[in-house]
Design a protein around this ligand. Structure first.
Ligand code: FES
Ligand code: FES
Length: 192
């Protein structure tokens, strides 16, 4: 479905330290940030760009709280380096609503009371949209299995399932974010 990951060009003799500029396209807006290559996408979103809707739970790929969409595919943003996502369309929970109109899945979560503390909710919603884009999940059991990477410590699972099934059966949800065109991976250099 999405474009292939484009890896940054890193000269073999380049030391991986220091800051360099990358431009990320997030929710349709380009952001240029100076980062070290080791910085995760999650930390860029939260600590540098103020997009704190994406949550940090475990920070090692086990809870799903940090799920975002990249070219319509769901990923754990704590497990991926920001530099790997130049030239891709990144969508966070902040980019799902259309002006003041909630995304249907956001509205369904409210309607079905599908959260308590809300800490897992943005990851649940982004993950469910990625699930729709993958084109399976026709039954409750499939949805439960394919959403199993998103934990809810409040145990709101029945209502989360109800919200997802409500939207899945009523509409087809397009992958948010078009792949970015005419974009090139950065050449990382630390000559200075
Ligand atoms: S914070 Fe990324 S999976 Fe838990
Ligand atoms: S609503 Fe609290 S962790 Fe899911």
């Amino acid at each position: 479905m999405g474009a292939e990951l484009q890896k940054p060009l890193i000269a073999s003799n380049t030391p991986l330290s220091g800051n360099f500029p990358i431009t990320l396209t997030i929710n349709g807006t380009e952001h240029t940030v100076y980062i070290e290559p080791r910085v995760t996408l999650l930390d860029i979103l939260r600590e540098r760009l103020g997009l704190t809707g994406t949550k940090k739970g475990c920070n090692h790929g086990q809870c799903g709280a940090c799920t975002v969409l990249v070219n319509g595919q769901r990923i754990n943003s704590c497990l991926t380096l920001a530099v790997m996502h130049v030239c891709q369309a990144i969508t966070t929970i902040e980019g799902l609503a259309n002006d003041n109109e909630l995304h249907p899945l956001q509205a369904a979560f409210i309607e079905h009371d599908a959260f308590q503390c809300g800490y897992c909710t943005s990851g649940q919603i982004c993950s469910a949209i990625g699930l729709f884009n993958e084109g399976h999940a026709q039954t409750d059991a499939e949805v439960q299995e394919l959403m199993s990477g998103n934990l809810c410590r409040c145990g709101a699972y029945p209502n989360i399932l109800a919200a997802i099934q409500d939207v899945r059966t009523q509409m087809s949800v397009e992958a948010p974010g078009e792949p970015v065109k005419a974009c090139y991976p950065p050449v990382i250099s630390f000559d200075e």
